[in-house]
Design a protein around this ligand. Structure first.
Ligand code: PEP
Ligand code: MN
Length: 337
């Protein structure tokens, strides 16, 4: 239920509406700005009768929330959410670029890559320590050692770190080491994991499942939001289609679509989206032109020797060129880089 209060509603009246909803078993989110107070009531804690609510003093109108992803929906939160990571803001005017290797492979390598992407203007360092690989024989990541390297390199460069968490039991350890938790495409509907990161205080980068609809992505976000974590950033990373010339098909249209449906920030990963180094830059440009709040890009100092995703990893100089080329597009759509 979404309840709009009159502009003259008193604090006591707002409290009464909130208490009414809570008594009916709903959890409540209050959003207030200069000219409107909105009470959103979430859950299925019992019948909440719109007619009864409309009769409460101070209520202008009340209507059911039409989207199934109630907390993620713009209906209940018309303003854009900005996710803060220290001084970094995802979803504001400034675009956020997360860059780094697919996997953390060595301390020296990570340090080199981090220095290069930092110098080129990246604002976060990415790198997997726990790698969900299609083949059990592929490199699975350095696990805790990888987390340790990420922390060391963060201390060196000051770049906040985003890294994947693959199991509910790992959430505490990864949260202690990273600034942002990544849920990979393969785990987008791992509901136990979504609940676990929902209970964490770290912001979450939620990647779209390769066979998931926009609505399923938003329902996955809803799991995290409804378990108490409001800091969720969505990531389009390509979906599987009949096309085999690219690793996945980047759904550019989902960017403006999500912007309409939800208040959560949206970033695009053209590396996994295309699987091809030569396509990363043009797709990155398209994503920003379409309204994305940022990018996630794989960069490696020796892509030909990378233990995972070498063919889609940019050389540091290519990443630098990509960043330079993005500035004009950013300013054309009212953003800064
Ligand atoms: C990754 O970011 O390294 C990754 C595994 O991505 P995805 O989950 O989108 O495949
Ligand atoms: Mn990768």
């Amino acid at each position: 239920m979404i309840i709009f209060l009159t502009s003259t509603a008193t604090t006591a009246q707002i409290a009464e509406v909130t208490a009414y909803c809570e008594r009916a078993g709903y959890s409540v989110r209050l959003s207030k700005d200069a000219d409107q107070t909105v009470v959103s009531a979430f859950g299925d804690g019992g019948p909440l009768i719109a007619a009864e609510i409309r009769r409460l003093p101070g209520v202008e109108r009340a209507a059911p929330i039409s989207a199934p992803y109630k907390r993620a929906s713009r209906e209940t939160h018309p303003k854009d959410t900005v996710v803060d990571i220290g001084p970094l803001r995802i979803g504001g005017r400034q675009l956020v670029v997360m860059a780094g290797p697919c996997a953390v492979e060595s301390l020296e390598g990570l340090r080199e890559i981090a220095r290069a992407v930092h110098a080129a203007g990246a604002s976060m360092l990415r790198g997997g320590a726990f790698k969900p690989r299609t083949s059990p024989y592929s490199f699975q990541g350095l696990a805790d050692v990888g987390l340790e390297y990420l922390q060391q390199v963060r201390a060196l460069t000051g770049l906040p770190v985003v890294t994947e968490v693959t199991h509910p039991e790992l959430v505490e350890r990864v949260s202690a080491a990273a600034d942002m938790l990544q849920i990979g495409a393969r785990n987008m509907q791992n509901f136990a994991l979504l609940q676990a990161v929902g209970a964490s205080r770290r912001p979450v980068l939620l990647k779209r499942g390769m066979m998931s609809t926009a609505e399923e992505l938003l329902m996955a976000a809803e799991y995290i939001l409804s378990h108490g974590n409001p800091r969720v950033v969505l990531c389009e990373r390509g979906i599987r289609t009949f096309e085999t010339a690219t690793r996945n098909t980047v759904d550019i249209s989902v960017v403006p679509l999500l912007k309409r449906l939800t208040h959560l920030p949206v970033v695009v990963d053209p590396s996994h989206g295309t699987g091809r180094r030569d396509l990363v830059e043009p797709v990155a440009r398209a994503a920003i032109a379409a309204g994305a709040d940022g990018l996630m890009i794989e960069v490696h100092d020796h892509p030909d020797r990378a233990l995972s995703d070498g063919p889609q990893s940019l050389h540091p100089h290519q990443f630098e060129a990509l960043m330079d080329g993005l500035r004009d597009i950013a300013s054309a759509v009212g953003r800064t880089l």
